[in-house]
Design a protein around this ligand. Structure first.
Ligand code: CP
Ligand code: NVA
Length: 310
C-alpha cells in the first residue's frame, strides 16, 4: 500500500466491514481454501511483509497469520512487548510510524482497543485486530465461515452465547447487527454484555436470558469461551464460582435445534466452560473453526492489500 493511498482499510472491529464485503470475503475464503487443499501455489504477496505484535499470549493467531503469510509468498516479523521497545514505554504512535514505513500490513494483539486505534491512526499500512480486551473480529470471521461451510448462511438464525460478556461476545453482537441474525446471551450477574461497549448501532438483534439453558432454546449455534480472559487472571477464583452454572453441557445442547453446532474459539477448559462430551462430541466443530482462521485471514490480508480479486 502506498503512503496516502485513500483506499486503505483497517480491520479493527467486526463492524468495520459491511455485509456485502463479508459476502465477498466468505466466497473468496472458500476459493483460497479449496486451492490450498489442492496444493495449488498462490503467492501474490511476494516481497510483502506482515508485522505481528503480541502483547498477550497466542497459539492459533500466531500460527495462522504466520503460516498464511508464508503460503502467500510473503514474510513475517514477530514482536512481543518483552522483546521490543514497546516494553520500555516507546509511545505506540511512534512505534506505528516506524513499523508502518517498513512493512505492508500489521496485526496487533493487545489490551485496550484504544491502543490499537492509536496505532492505526498513525499507520501508513492496514492494521488488523488480532484480539483486544473488547473485540476478536478475526475469530468471529472464522466462526461464521465455519457455520456457512456446515449449515449455510447465518442470516435470520439464532446464535446462543453462554458465559462471559467478553471480547468474543461483543464481536458476536456486532456480527449479529451487521449480518442479520439474533444473538441470545446468558451471563452471570456482573458479567453482562454491554451493547455500548460492543458499540452496535441497533441492539434489537440481542436477547438476554437469565438462565443459560433458556438462551440455547432454538439456537442454530451454541458458543462459549473461557471464564477468565487474558488480562483478568486476578479474578480467576471469583469467576470459577460465579460461572459454575454457565458450563455448556449436554442438556443445553439438547435445548438447541437438533442440528445445532457447538463452537469455542479455544483454548478450552473441559469441565469449566464446556463439558468434555460437548466439545469432543458430534455437534462440535472447534477444529474446523481453528483451521479456518488460516483461510479467512489469508482472504482478509489479500483484500486489505490487493482489493477484490476477479
Ligand atoms: N482463538 C485464539 O485466538 O487463539 P490463540 O489465543 O491461541 O491465538
Ligand atoms: N476471551 C479470550 C479469548 C482467547 C482467544 C481472551 O481474551 O483471553
Amino acid at each position: 500500500m502506498k503512503p496516502g493511498q485513500s483506499l486503505m482499510k483497517h480491520y479493527l472491529q467486526f463492524r468495520d466491514f459491511r455485509a456485502e464485503e463479508y459476502a465477498y470475503l466468505f466466497e473468496r475464503t472458500a476459493t483460497i481454501k479449496r486451492r490450498f487443499k489442492n496444493y495449488e501455489k498462490y503467492t501474490p504477496l511476494s516481497d510483502r511483509t506482515l508485522a505481528m505484535i503480541f502483547e498477550k499470549a497466542s497459539t492459533r493467531t500466531r500460527v495462522s497469520f504466520e503460516a498464511g503469510m508464508y503460503q502467500m509468498g510473503g514474510s513475517v516479523v514477530h514482536l512481543t512487548t518483552g522483546d521490543s521497545q514497546l516494553g520500555r514505554a516507546e509511545p505506540i504512535e511512534d512505534t506505528a510510524r516506524v513499523i508502518s514505513r517498513m512493512v505492508d500490513v500489521v496485526m496487533i494483539r493487545t489490551y485496550e482497543q484504544t491502543k490499537l486505534e492509536r496505532f492505526a491512526a498513525h499507520s501508513r499500512v492496514p492494521v488488523i485486530n488480532g484480539l483486544t480486551n473488547e473485540y476478536h473480529p478475526c475469530q468471529v470471521l472464522a466462526d461464521i465461515f465455519t457455520f456457512i461451510e456446515h449449515r449455510g448462511s447465518l442470516a435470520g438464525k439464532v446464535v446462543a452465547w453462554v458465559g462471559d460478556g467478553n471480547n468474543m461476545a461483543n464481536t458476536w453482537l456486532q456480527a449479529a447487527d451487521v449480518l442479520g441474525f439474533t444473538l441470545h446471551v446468558s451471563t452471570p450477574r456482573g458479567y453482562e454484555i454491554d451493547p455500548a461497549t460492543a458499540d452496535v448501532r441497533d441492539a434489537g438483534c440481542l436477547k438476554v436470558f437469565r438462565h443459560p439453558r433458556d438462551a440455547c432454546v432454538g439456537a442454530h449455534l451454541v458458543t462459549t469461551d473461557v471464564w477468565t480472559s487474558m488480562g483478568w487472571e486476578a479474578e480467576n477464583e471469583a469467576r470459577l464460582k460465579a460461572f459454575a452454572e454457565w458450563q455448556v453441557d449436554r442438556p443445553m445442547m439438547a435445548a438447541a435445534q437438533p442440528d445445532a453446532l457447538f463452537m469455542h474459539c479455544l483454548p478450552a477448559h473441559r469441565g469449566e466452560e464446556v463439558e468434555a462430551e460437548v466439545i469432543d462430541g458430534p455437534q462440535s466443530v472447534v477444529w474446523d473453526e481453528a483451521e479456518n482462521r488460516l483461510h479467512v485471514q489469508k482472504a482478509l490480508i489479500e483484500y486489505l492489500l490487493l482489493g477484490r480479486i476477479g
